[in-house]
Ligand binder design. Structure first.
Ligand SMILES: [Zn+2]
Length: 276
Protein backbone atom coordinates (compact mmCIF):
# COMPACT_ATOMS: atom_id res chain seq x y z
CA UNK A 1 0.00 0.00 0.00
CA UNK A 2 1.37 3.39 -0.96
CA UNK A 3 1.46 5.86 1.87
CA UNK A 4 1.93 9.59 1.66
CA UNK A 5 5.77 9.56 1.33
CA UNK A 6 5.69 7.20 -1.67
CA UNK A 7 2.97 9.30 -3.28
CA UNK A 8 5.07 12.43 -2.76
CA UNK A 9 7.97 10.70 -4.54
CA UNK A 10 5.74 9.46 -7.37
CA UNK A 11 4.10 12.87 -7.85
CA UNK A 12 7.51 14.56 -8.06
CA UNK A 13 8.65 12.08 -10.66
CA UNK A 14 5.41 12.48 -12.60
CA UNK A 15 6.04 16.23 -12.67
CA UNK A 16 9.55 15.60 -13.97
CA UNK A 17 8.68 13.03 -16.58
CA UNK A 18 4.98 13.03 -17.47
CA UNK A 19 4.10 16.70 -17.37
CA UNK A 20 3.51 18.15 -20.79
CA UNK A 21 2.98 14.81 -22.53
CA UNK A 22 -0.11 14.47 -24.73
CA UNK A 23 -2.27 11.38 -24.43
CA UNK A 24 -2.85 9.46 -27.62
CA UNK A 25 -4.99 6.81 -26.00
CA UNK A 26 -6.16 6.18 -22.44
CA UNK A 27 -7.63 2.88 -21.36
CA UNK A 28 -8.95 1.30 -18.21
CA UNK A 29 -8.05 -2.17 -17.01
CA UNK A 30 -7.56 -4.94 -19.49
CA UNK A 31 -8.62 -7.44 -16.87
CA UNK A 32 -11.75 -7.07 -14.78
CA UNK A 33 -10.88 -6.36 -11.20
CA UNK A 34 -13.74 -6.00 -8.82
CA UNK A 35 -11.64 -4.10 -6.31
CA UNK A 36 -10.66 -1.29 -8.66
CA UNK A 37 -12.99 1.66 -8.35
CA UNK A 38 -13.64 3.17 -11.76
CA UNK A 39 -16.16 5.97 -12.24
CA UNK A 40 -16.15 5.84 -16.06
CA UNK A 41 -16.90 3.20 -18.63
CA UNK A 42 -14.06 2.07 -20.88
CA UNK A 43 -15.54 4.09 -23.77
CA UNK A 44 -15.96 7.26 -21.73
CA UNK A 45 -12.45 7.06 -20.36
CA UNK A 46 -10.94 6.59 -23.79
CA UNK A 47 -12.96 9.42 -25.28
CA UNK A 48 -12.31 11.88 -22.44
CA UNK A 49 -8.56 11.30 -22.18
CA UNK A 50 -7.69 11.36 -25.90
CA UNK A 51 -5.66 14.45 -26.78
CA UNK A 52 -5.42 15.70 -23.19
CA UNK A 53 -2.12 17.08 -21.94
CA UNK A 54 -0.69 15.97 -18.60
CA UNK A 55 -0.43 18.81 -16.11
CA UNK A 56 0.61 18.97 -12.48
CA UNK A 57 0.54 15.92 -10.18
CA UNK A 58 -0.34 16.73 -6.58
CA UNK A 59 -0.12 14.24 -3.70
CA UNK A 60 -2.55 14.47 -0.79
CA UNK A 61 -3.22 11.87 1.88
CA UNK A 62 -3.51 8.55 0.07
CA UNK A 63 -4.19 10.09 -3.35
CA UNK A 64 -2.46 11.63 -6.32
CA UNK A 65 -4.42 14.20 -8.30
CA UNK A 66 -3.15 14.39 -11.85
CA UNK A 67 -4.38 17.25 -13.97
CA UNK A 68 -5.34 16.30 -17.54
CA UNK A 69 -5.73 19.52 -19.47
CA UNK A 70 -7.98 20.99 -20.35
CA UNK A 71 -10.64 20.35 -17.80
CA UNK A 72 -10.07 17.01 -16.08
CA UNK A 73 -8.45 15.47 -13.01
CA UNK A 74 -7.36 11.86 -12.80
CA UNK A 75 -7.48 10.63 -9.22
CA UNK A 76 -5.30 7.66 -8.31
CA UNK A 77 -5.14 6.33 -4.85
CA UNK A 78 -5.81 4.12 -1.88
CA UNK A 79 -3.77 1.55 -3.72
CA UNK A 80 -0.55 -0.41 -3.60
CA UNK A 81 1.19 -1.98 -6.55
CA UNK A 82 2.97 -0.27 -9.39
CA UNK A 83 2.69 3.16 -10.98
CA UNK A 84 5.16 3.13 -13.86
CA UNK A 85 6.41 5.17 -16.78
CA UNK A 86 7.61 3.00 -19.66
CA UNK A 87 9.96 4.46 -22.27
CA UNK A 88 9.01 4.12 -25.95
CA UNK A 89 9.48 0.58 -27.18
CA UNK A 90 9.01 -1.06 -23.75
CA UNK A 91 6.93 -4.17 -23.39
CA UNK A 92 3.66 -3.55 -21.57
CA UNK A 93 3.01 -5.40 -18.32
CA UNK A 94 0.49 -8.21 -18.85
CA UNK A 95 -1.97 -6.93 -16.31
CA UNK A 96 -2.71 -3.22 -15.95
CA UNK A 97 -5.65 -1.37 -14.46
CA UNK A 98 -4.98 1.93 -16.17
CA UNK A 99 -2.99 2.79 -19.23
CA UNK A 100 -2.06 6.08 -20.90
CA UNK A 101 -0.24 5.91 -24.21
CA UNK A 102 1.44 9.21 -25.08
CA UNK A 103 2.12 10.87 -28.43
CA UNK A 104 5.87 10.26 -27.96
CA UNK A 105 5.19 6.50 -27.59
CA UNK A 106 6.05 6.41 -23.90
CA UNK A 107 3.29 5.00 -21.73
CA UNK A 108 2.12 5.13 -18.16
CA UNK A 109 0.51 2.22 -16.34
CA UNK A 110 -1.06 1.63 -12.94
CA UNK A 111 -1.45 -1.89 -11.60
CA UNK A 112 -2.83 -2.29 -8.12
CA UNK A 113 -2.33 -5.24 -5.81
CA UNK A 114 -5.63 -5.38 -3.99
CA UNK A 115 -7.82 -2.38 -4.56
CA UNK A 116 -7.58 1.24 -5.54
CA UNK A 117 -9.29 4.26 -7.05
CA UNK A 118 -8.74 5.24 -10.70
CA UNK A 119 -11.31 7.90 -11.31
CA UNK A 120 -11.61 10.67 -13.86
CA UNK A 121 -13.41 13.86 -12.82
CA UNK A 122 -14.24 17.16 -14.41
CA UNK A 123 -11.66 19.42 -12.75
CA UNK A 124 -12.86 20.45 -9.30
CA UNK A 125 -15.43 17.66 -8.95
CA UNK A 126 -12.84 15.38 -7.36
CA UNK A 127 -12.92 17.65 -4.33
CA UNK A 128 -16.45 16.41 -3.55
CA UNK A 129 -15.40 12.76 -3.46
CA UNK A 130 -15.67 10.79 -0.22
CA UNK A 131 -12.39 10.82 1.70
CA UNK A 132 -11.22 13.86 -0.28
CA UNK A 133 -13.91 16.28 0.82
CA UNK A 134 -13.08 17.50 4.30
CA UNK A 135 -9.69 15.77 4.36
CA UNK A 136 -7.66 16.96 7.29
CA UNK A 137 -4.27 18.63 6.92
CA UNK A 138 -1.57 16.18 5.87
CA UNK A 139 1.92 16.14 7.38
CA UNK A 140 3.69 17.41 4.25
CA UNK A 141 1.70 20.65 4.17
CA UNK A 142 3.05 23.83 5.81
CA UNK A 143 -0.16 24.08 7.86
CA UNK A 144 0.83 20.90 9.71
CA UNK A 145 2.57 22.81 12.50
CA UNK A 146 3.18 21.68 16.05
CA UNK A 147 0.32 23.93 17.20
CA UNK A 148 -1.98 22.26 14.68
CA UNK A 149 -0.88 18.79 15.82
CA UNK A 150 -1.30 19.64 19.48
CA UNK A 151 -4.76 21.14 18.86
CA UNK A 152 -5.71 17.96 16.96
CA UNK A 153 -4.81 15.90 20.04
CA UNK A 154 -6.77 18.30 22.27
CA UNK A 155 -9.82 17.91 20.03
CA UNK A 156 -9.75 14.13 20.60
CA UNK A 157 -9.42 14.12 24.35
CA UNK A 158 -13.15 14.28 25.05
CA UNK A 159 -14.00 11.17 23.05
CA UNK A 160 -13.36 7.47 23.56
CA UNK A 161 -9.97 6.45 24.81
CA UNK A 162 -7.52 6.73 21.93
CA UNK A 163 -3.99 5.40 21.72
CA UNK A 164 -0.97 6.74 19.87
CA UNK A 165 -1.39 4.12 17.15
CA UNK A 166 -5.06 5.07 16.74
CA UNK A 167 -4.07 8.72 16.45
CA UNK A 168 -1.56 7.92 13.71
CA UNK A 169 -3.53 5.39 11.68
CA UNK A 170 -7.27 5.56 12.33
CA UNK A 171 -10.06 7.75 10.99
CA UNK A 172 -7.65 9.59 8.65
CA UNK A 173 -6.83 12.04 11.44
CA UNK A 174 -3.36 12.34 9.90
CA UNK A 175 -4.11 11.44 6.27
CA UNK A 176 -1.68 9.23 4.40
CA UNK A 177 -0.05 7.36 7.28
CA UNK A 178 -0.32 3.57 7.26
CA UNK A 179 0.50 0.91 9.81
CA UNK A 180 4.02 0.30 8.51
CA UNK A 181 5.13 3.92 8.77
CA UNK A 182 3.43 4.31 12.15
CA UNK A 183 5.75 1.63 13.59
CA UNK A 184 8.83 3.71 12.86
CA UNK A 185 7.21 6.93 14.07
CA UNK A 186 6.31 5.31 17.40
CA UNK A 187 9.78 3.85 17.80
CA UNK A 188 11.44 7.20 17.07
CA UNK A 189 9.07 8.85 19.54
CA UNK A 190 9.75 6.10 22.14
CA UNK A 191 6.02 5.60 22.54
CA UNK A 192 4.18 2.28 22.80
CA UNK A 193 1.32 1.81 20.27
CA UNK A 194 -1.14 1.43 23.16
CA UNK A 195 0.04 4.58 24.95
CA UNK A 196 -3.09 6.70 25.58
CA UNK A 197 -2.97 10.15 24.02
CA UNK A 198 -4.72 11.64 27.07
CA UNK A 199 -1.53 11.73 29.10
CA UNK A 200 0.85 13.03 26.44
CA UNK A 201 2.51 16.11 27.88
CA UNK A 202 3.86 18.93 25.74
CA UNK A 203 7.31 17.32 25.48
CA UNK A 204 5.90 13.97 24.36
CA UNK A 205 3.61 15.67 21.87
CA UNK A 206 6.61 17.53 20.49
CA UNK A 207 8.62 14.31 20.27
CA UNK A 208 5.78 12.54 18.47
CA UNK A 209 5.32 15.47 16.09
CA UNK A 210 9.05 15.54 15.29
CA UNK A 211 9.14 11.75 14.85
CA UNK A 212 6.22 11.95 12.40
CA UNK A 213 7.88 14.59 10.23
CA UNK A 214 11.35 13.03 10.51
CA UNK A 215 10.07 9.62 9.44
CA UNK A 216 8.14 11.00 6.49
CA UNK A 217 11.03 13.12 5.27
CA UNK A 218 13.49 10.23 5.67
CA UNK A 219 11.29 8.03 3.47
CA UNK A 220 10.84 10.78 0.87
CA UNK A 221 14.57 11.59 0.83
CA UNK A 222 15.39 7.93 0.19
CA UNK A 223 12.87 7.60 -2.61
CA UNK A 224 10.29 5.52 -0.73
CA UNK A 225 10.41 2.27 1.20
CA UNK A 226 12.68 -0.50 -0.05
CA UNK A 227 9.78 -2.82 -0.87
CA UNK A 228 7.96 -0.33 -3.13
CA UNK A 229 9.09 0.84 -6.56
CA UNK A 230 9.03 4.34 -8.00
CA UNK A 231 7.81 5.66 -11.35
CA UNK A 232 10.91 4.28 -13.09
CA UNK A 233 10.65 0.84 -11.47
CA UNK A 234 13.48 1.47 -9.01
CA UNK A 235 13.04 0.30 -5.43
CA UNK A 236 13.18 2.89 -2.66
CA UNK A 237 16.07 3.03 -0.22
CA UNK A 238 14.24 3.39 3.08
CA UNK A 239 14.59 0.34 5.32
CA UNK A 240 12.08 0.30 8.16
CA UNK A 241 13.40 0.26 11.73
CA UNK A 242 10.50 -1.74 13.08
CA UNK A 243 8.92 -4.41 10.90
CA UNK A 244 8.86 -8.19 10.61
CA UNK A 245 12.64 -8.21 10.10
CA UNK A 246 13.16 -6.27 13.34
CA UNK A 247 12.06 -9.19 15.54
CA UNK A 248 15.13 -11.11 14.32
CA UNK A 249 17.50 -8.39 15.50
CA UNK A 250 18.17 -6.61 18.77
CA UNK A 251 16.53 -3.23 19.33
CA UNK A 252 18.72 -0.62 17.58
CA UNK A 253 18.56 1.58 20.68
CA UNK A 254 18.93 -0.68 23.75
CA UNK A 255 19.86 -4.07 22.28
CA UNK A 256 16.78 -5.67 23.86
CA UNK A 257 14.20 -7.91 22.25
CA UNK A 258 11.74 -6.56 19.67
CA UNK A 259 8.31 -8.11 20.08
CA UNK A 260 5.48 -8.52 17.61
CA UNK A 261 1.99 -7.78 18.88
CA UNK A 262 -1.38 -7.62 17.17
CA UNK A 263 -3.12 -4.36 17.87
CA UNK A 264 -5.78 -2.35 16.03
CA UNK A 265 -5.98 -4.49 12.92
CA UNK A 266 -2.30 -4.84 12.16
CA UNK A 267 1.00 -6.14 13.46
CA UNK A 268 3.05 -3.88 15.68
CA UNK A 269 6.77 -4.30 16.37
CA UNK A 270 7.72 -2.93 19.73
CA UNK A 271 10.65 -2.67 22.14
CA UNK A 272 9.04 -2.72 25.58
CA UNK A 273 12.14 -1.16 27.11
CA UNK A 274 12.35 1.83 24.80
CA UNK A 275 8.70 2.37 24.01
CA UNK A 276 6.50 3.28 26.95
ZN1 LIG B 1 14.92 -0.85 22.94
Amino acid sequence: MFDLPELVVLARQMNESLKGKTIRRGQLGDSPHKFVWYNRTHEEFEELTAGKRVGEARPKGRFIFLSLEPGYTLLLGECGGKVLLHPPGSKLPKKVHLYLHFEDDAFFTVTTQLWGAMELYEAGEEQNRDYVKGMKTTPVEPEFTFDYFSALIDSLLGEKKRSVKALLTQDQLIPGLGNAIAQDIMFRARLHPRHPITDLGTDQRRTLYDATLDTISAIIDQGGRYDEVDLYGNPGGYVRLMDKEAVKRPCPECGGEVKKIQYLGGSCYVCNTCQL
